[in-house]
Design a protein around this ligand. Sequence first.
Ligand code: NAD
Length: 333
Amino acid sequence: MSLTAVYDTRPYDRAALEAAAAGTVIEWRFWDFRLTSETAASAQGAHAVCVFVNDTLDRACLEVLAREGVKLVALRCTGFNNVDLAAAKERGLTVTRVPVYSPYAVAEHAVALLLTLNRKIHRAFNRVREQNFSLNGLVGFDLHGKTAGIVGTGKIGRIVAQILCGFGMKVLAFDPFPNREWAQQNGVEYVDALSLAGRSDVVLLHVPLTPETRHLIHAETLESMKPGAMLINVSRGGLIDTKALIAALKSGRLGGVGLDVYEEEEGIFFEDLSGQVLQDDELARLLTFPNVLVTAHQAFLTREALSDIARTTVANLKALASGQPFVEGSVLA
Ligand code: NAD
């Protein structure tokens, strides 16, 4: 038997992981709390831990895991900004992620945020339920003929670009590693970051969070965007300087903001806090703008993505148990 302690577990994680591991040697210990240095001792006796985006695997946490005999940290996500890879390596811990799962799930959610914001579906939904059938204040714009700027043309960004091309938008892109063949095939134009900001009616972020991309969107970037432009972020909250974003929204410069991620989401997103006083003043302020739409990190949440994630995670846990190679492209440290 191979024991894996799973952190920040929700019912949909549990169902997908149990289904993927049926008939294998894998045994689960599901925890609904997050993994941090304070909770890491709960991994005692486990060969592996399975973690998600808001677990904090800093040096202190990894030291406890290594001491408890854990061999593998299996991330059930793509991004890995929450793991100190150098510390993991020093402690001899292997770290794997899910390098690919339905990128359509995330791309389609980005487009859902864009369509909802532009056509003000979130406001219309509430109005109609109150029998307010007025259309005042609900005017949107045709996406057809407008310009979208995609920052990061990896797996997700490319799909978003293709969907938006299908709407008849002009698509601009910026990526330090441009995929020119794909761009040519799809009529996408690579430009520098500043031109993208200045020419786009809608800017969508599809880049990983790294020290270089932290606050990629700051006061000056927001200033260089077209007045009335929309900004969509389904990647990582730290890509945007929240204070600068709030200032740009207050000034009325931005047309709309769709966020599936938030800089300080840890401890808030994935939790039901409906009976409590929200302690995060910046998130509270963001939620007051009629042209801001926030979802709580749900872009990945489709049946297809969950089962892809569970399949890769279980394959890596089986590899650990049998000494076979890990899934290609999944080893980070
Ligand atoms: P990917 O690795 O395929 O692509 C990322 C792209 O960003 C690469 O082409 C890279 O060259 C580019 N890039 C790096 N730095 C850049 C910069 N400064 N400016 C412009 N481009 C830059 O990744 P992906 O699978 O497309 O995922 C993108 C991100 O989406 C992930 O890192 C993750 O943080 C996020 N994500 C969010 C969810 C969610 O549920 N909200 C789910 C999955 C992934």
